[in-house]
Every structure is written in structure tokens, then in C-alpha cells.
Design a protein around this ligand. Structure first.
Ligand SMILES: NC(=O)c1ccc[n+]([C@@H]2O[C@H](COP(=O)([O-])OP(=O)(O)OC[C@H]3O[C@@H](n4cnc5c(N)ncnc54)[C@H](OP(=O)(O)O)[C@@H]3O)[C@@H](O)[C@H]2O)c1
Length: 334
């Protein structure tokens, strides 16, 4: 098999290597990987910013779509030819997250999927929504499940207002799912052009946060002074205070990302006066993934992104670092 591996930290140190092709043992399934989607985490893993003590070499990336080519003894859930997706945390099948379920995240604790063959446990897979290409479906395991759980946490229903930050993978899925649930969506971005693209996908109102850093006030104005029901928070310390100002009393912050550094102390006064719920999200379980896929199939929802060949892995990671992308970036594996 062929794979990209992190042999030393740094995008330039990524190596394209040959490894022996694994043979499925009991309960295991061998996939021919057709497409891999990138997440911000993969960039951090490659650069050594995710876990500087990670044992190397490591195959990066968590999100693969592929075709079953062989199954081991007792792996009766799948057969050759099935189109499947790997789940992010291979041991989190159902119920709340626990310490042991959090171990075994692909492309982090264990080797990931940026390879033309991957061996996974049969329960570490879900079926691909039938209407999607491998490239489209590869975007789902991390960013989409995370966005789905953010909306679940926020108890979003028709008429709710959701605020998304930026136009990256998680935010664009949150926009699509919020629209699916009948919510109003406000969005902030560094780019007017990206806001226009999001507008064409159903974003109700957008604001450029570079030109208008007071986006919390804007969100209040947009909701008649009440505040939004949910902020899909990808900024972290650099945006949390404004997110707390932007939510309604009793509103929710789905704490997902750490993109924006900040020096503000945690605003405890705001948290209690706003009766705020700040809920950490760490992707989700296999059960969440299956439920989300059912909704995606019913609505025939299509993920949004750009496609590249996996020979361009280094360039695509650099593009992610620049932040010029919109939605997801996907590598076709051949
Ligand atoms: N907790 C989890 O389970 C989980 C899962 C997935 C991702 N994450 C984390 O969530 C974050 C986003 O991930 P992603 O995959 O969506 O990343 P991404 O595709 O690289 O998107 C990043 C986008 O965020 C926007 N952004 C950056 N700084 C911002 C700021 N100060 N205010 C508002 N928007 C800002 C930018 O959008 P514009 O270009 O439009 O300005 C940027 O393009 C990352 O920190 C990632 O590690 C966490």
C-alpha cells in the first residue's frame, strides 16, 4: 500500500511511502480508500501542534471514504463493494463520551487514513449516504458530525437563530444543518466574497469581522436585542467573550475550536448573567454519525468543497494554513 506519513513534524517533512498491505483479521475490514477530506486538526498534527509527543511515523487524517475490498472472519456487517466511511473515534459507538472511548481517534492516537488501503474494525465504519460521491462523503466523519452535534446541543428548532463563525468546514456544515432544521443563520467571515457564497447557500445575514469587529452588537441588533440561541464557536479564547455577548439569556455556545488566540480572562460575570450553557463538543459517536447520515440522505444534502489529487497533499495543507478555502478540501486517492 501507499501512504503519506508524518516522519518528522512540518509540512515539508511529509513523506509518500510504501508499506505492506494489511490483511484483515477477525472482525476487521480492508478498505480501498477513494477520497480523504482534510481538517484543521490534520494540519496541526503534521506541524506537531496537536501533540508534540506523538509517536512518529504516523499516517495523518481521520476522514476517509472507500470501498470494502476484503473482510476478516466474523466481519459480517460488510461485504466487498460496500461504500463506507470510517468513524472519527474508532471506539465511540454510542452514549456519552468516556476516557476509553476518546482513545483511538484516527490520525491522532493511531494511524489515520491518508493511504490507498486502510484496515478498520467492522464497527468503526458507517455506510455512505447513497447519493454522494466518495469525495463528497469523505467530508462527513469529523466536521459534519461536529456541526450536527453543535446544533443538537443548542436544541435548534424552526425559528431558532444560529450564529456561525467563518466559512470553514465546520461552519458551512452548521449552516446547512441549521437551514435543514428551519433556523435563521447569521454568519461572520473575514471575506465579503465568502459571505456572498454563504448567502447563496441560505445564510440570512453576514458581517465581515475584520471590518466590523463588534459582531456581537450586530448579532444583538439582528435579533431585536434578544441575542442568538446558539453560537457555533470555532474561535475559542479570541472570540468567546463576544460569543457570550451575542447569545440570548439561556443561550448556548457549542465550544468546538481554538482558531483565535486571545488574552481576555474567562468572563465569568457574563456566563452567569447570561445563564449561558457552554458545551464542549468533540466530534461525536457512531450513532450520531448514522443519525446525521439519515438526515443528509433524506434531504439529499450535498457537502461543499474543493477537490484535489492526493499528490497535492502538501499544497492543500498550505492552502488550509492560509485560510483561503471555503467549506471542505478533499483529496482523491488513486
Ligand atoms: N472539537 C471538535 O470536535 C472539532 C471538530 C472539528 C474541528 N474543530 C476545530 O474547529 C476549528 C474549525 O475547524 P474547521 O475544520 O472548520 O477549520 P477550517 O476549515 O480551517 O476553517 C477555519 C475558518 O474559521 C474562520 N475563522 C478563523 N479565525 C476566526 C475568527 N477569529 N473569527 C471568526 N472566524 C474565524 C475562517 O473563516 P473565514 O475565512 O470565513 O474568515 C477560517 O477559514 C478548528 O480549531 C478545529 O481544530 C474541532
Amino acid at each position: 500500500m501507499r501512504a503519506w506519513q508524518v516522519s518528522a513534524f512540518g509540512i515539508d517533512s511529509l513523506e509518500f511511502v510504501e508499506r505492506s498491505t494489511p490483511v484483515p483479521g477477525p472482525g476487521e475490514v480492508l478498505l480501498a480508500v477513494r477520497a480523504v477530506a482534510l481538517n484543521r486538526r490534520d494540519l496541526m498534527v503534521v506541524k506537531g501542534l496537536y501533540n508534540s509527543k506523538m509517536k512518529l511515523p504516523r499516517i495523518p487524517c481521520s476522514d476517509a471514504a472507500g470501498e470494502v475490498v476484503a473482510v476478516g472472519a466474523g466481519a459480517t456487517a460488510w461485504k466487498p463493494g460496500d461504500r463506507v466511511l470510517g468513524i472519527f473515534m474508532q471506539s465511540w459507538l454510542d452514549g456519552p463520551l468516556t476516557r476509553s472511548k476518546a482513545r483511538g481517534a484516527l490520525g491522532g492516537d493511531i494511524d489515520g487514513v491518508l493511504a490507498n488501503c486502510v484496515l478498520l474494525r467492522q464497527e468503526g465504519l458507517v455506510a455512505m449516504p447513497g447519493h454522494l460521491s466518495f469525495q463528497e462523503a469523505a467530508t462527513l466523519p469529523c466536521a459534519a458530525v461536529t456541526a450536527w452535534n453543535a446544533l443538537t446541543t443548542g436544541e435548534i428548532k424552526p425559528g431558532s437563530t444560529v450564529l456561525i463563525q467563518g466559512t470553514g468546514g465546520v461552519a458551512i456544515f452548521a449552516l446547512q444543518f441549521a437551514r435543514l432544521k428551519g433556523a435563521r443563520v447569521l454568519g461572520i467571515s473575514s471575506s465579503d466574497e465568502k459571505l456572498e457564497r454563504a448567502g447563496a447557500m441560505g445564510l440570512d445575514a453576514g458581517l465581515n469581522y475584520r471590518q466590523n469587529p463588534d459582531w456581537d452588537r450586530w448579532a444583538q441588533d439582528q435579533t431585536g436585542g434578544e441575542g442568538v440561541d446558539l453560537v457555533v464557536e470555532v474561535g475559542g479564547l479570541g472570540t468567546l467573550t463576544r460569543s457570550l455577548k451575542a447569545i440570548r439569556v439561556g443561550g448556548t455556545i457549542a465550544q468546538i475550536g481554538v482558531l483565535a488566540s486571545g488574552t481576555d480572562a474567562i468572563p465569568l460575570g457574563l456566563i452567569l448573567h447570561k445563564w449561558a450553557r457552554i458545551h464542549g463538543i468533540y466530534v461525536g459517536s457512531r450513532k450520531d454519525f448514522v443519525e446525521m447520515n439519515r438526515a443528509i440522505s433524506l434531504a439529499e444534502l450535498r457537502p461543499v468543497g474543493e477537490e484535489f489529487d492526493w499528490s497535492q497533499t502538501r499544497e492543500v495543507l498550505e492552502r488550509m494554513e492560509e485560510g483561503s478555502h471555503f467549506g471542505k478540501m478533499v483529496l482523491t486517492v488513486n
